[in-house]
Design a protein around this ligand. Structure first.
Ligand code: ADP
Length: 389
């Protein structure tokens, strides 16, 4: 959590090179960076770009002297808070001392310098600076956490609103269905009402199941078991459960899957849920009468399952985030209204539980979408080839 501390900069200002060298040698230690200036002007330049823990200013310098430099520093927002120690050759007279404190100096040391005194005083400021750095880093981390929490809270509020909306529609439809059932006697009309209400119930059930699955995966409590299964059977089950959606959209589904059994280490229910979810989305996000294709290719170790459609497509900037929970393409408007943006997040997590990966390609809005699932045939943990045969 805690980041490594940045080096601590200190500034030496003296017109005599030998003084700069001597002071640097005196204060040198690991983690400190010495910045040297031969004049007040040079010092100001350094103060404007560096974060400085302490400035040691020689008072008597040609041009801008130490006091003037201190006054400039106090007038500058960036340099105002840099602590100053004045170094002076003269005996400390009251007038000078007064000027230095007026200018905001923190301390005042007379030459010849006593090394231990200077080292001790400087060390206090270096430590203070490091503590400030730590506090700043911790404050930034806390700020980042607070931002994350705020975003999560916002997400939750939006989610509850969407969920309410999403559940209200089928409940209202079922309420209306019940009222009609009381009045209708014609068996054909009654059967049709039953079928409609059935669809609403399955829609709500799927929604609630998806939400529960997402939270179960998050808590590591999902019922998931890899076993020896037949990929072709899994794909057929998926097609069967998506059939209604495909028919409602009057889409044409073409299949290109192996004829014979393909042994795979998978959780058959979950894998068929993945494929059926992709097929349902293809049906939902393709205008009526579209083309949907399911293909499966099997290599030596990997199976590739591809669901493609010629529907609404996904804009390039949305493709990276489409597998994140609650992600939806705004422009899909009405079609997306019957969803919460959790289906693909769940699909991705289920694919990953299989040790696989999922990706999407789309040339953009109106250009269709292609979802590709790559699965290791022999399971998440490498399993002996003989076990898969
Ligand atoms: P939902 O469909 O419930 O909104 P999903 O997580 O299944 O949630 O999908 C997230 C979003 O991805 C959808 O809202 C839609 O905008 C986009 N999307 C998913 N599948 C397709 C597809 N086949 N074609 C175009 N957009 C899709």
């Amino acid at each position: 959590m805690t980041q490594p501390l940045a080096p601590v900069n200190f500034l030496l200002v003296d017109d005599l090179e030998e003084n700069l060298v001597a002071l640097e040698a005196l204060l040198k230690r690991d983690g400190l960076v010495c910045l040297k200036a031969r004049s007040g002007e040079e010092a100001l330049e350094l103060l404007l770009v560096h974060d400085i823990a302490l400035a040691l200013l020689d008072v008597q310098m040609p041009g801008m002297d130490g006091y003037q430099l201190a006054e400039f520093m106090r007038g500058n927002a960036r340099a105002r808070h840099v602590p100053i120690i004045f170094l002076t050759a003269g005996a400390g007279d009251g007038q000078r001392r007064f000027r230095s404190y007026e200018a905001g100096a923190v301390d005042f040391i007379q030459k010849p310098i006593e090394p231990d005194v200077l080292r001790g005083k400087a060390a206090v400021f270096f430590d203070l600076h490091q503590q400030r750095q730590q506090i700043r880093a911790q404050r930034d981390e806390l700020q980042a956490y607070a931002d994350q929490l705020r975003a999560a809270d916002r997400y939750k509020t939006e989610f509850i609103a969407m969920l309410g909306h999403e559940l209200r529609n089928p409940i209202m439809a079922m309420g209306a269905g019940l009222t009609l059932l009381k009045r209708r006697r014609d068996p054909a009309q009654v059967a049709e009402l039953h079928e409609r209400m059935d669809r609403q119930v399955s829609h709500m059930t799927r929604l609630v199941e998806d939400m529960l699955d997402i939270s179960r995966i998050g808590q590591g409590k999902i019922g998931f078991k890899l076993e020896q299964a037949d990929l072709v059977e899994i794909l057929k089950t998926a097609v069967e459960s998506s059939q209604t959606h495909i028919e409602i959209g009057a889409h044409q589904l073409s299949l290109d899957i192996p004829a014979g059994p393909v042994p795979v280490q998978a959780d058959p229910t979950r894998l068929s849920q993945v494929v059926s979810n992709l097929l349902n989305n293809a049906a939902k996000y393709t205008p009526s009468g579209g083309r949907i294709r399911l293909t499966a290719q099997v290599g030596e170790d990997v199976a590739e399952i591809v669901v493609s459609d010629n529907g609404r497509g996904i804009p390039p900037e949305k493709q990276a985030e489409i597998f994140e929970i609650f992600a939806q393409v705004q422009s899909h408007g009405a079609a997306a209204q019957s969803g919460l943006g959790i289906g693909l997040a769940l699909v991705k997590q289920l694919v990953e539980l299989h040790g696989g990966a999922i990706g999407v390609e789309s040339e953009g809005t109106g250009r269709g979408s292609t979802f590709t699932v790559r699965l290791p045939l022999h399971g998440r943990r490498p399993c002996p080839r003989s076990a898969a045969a």
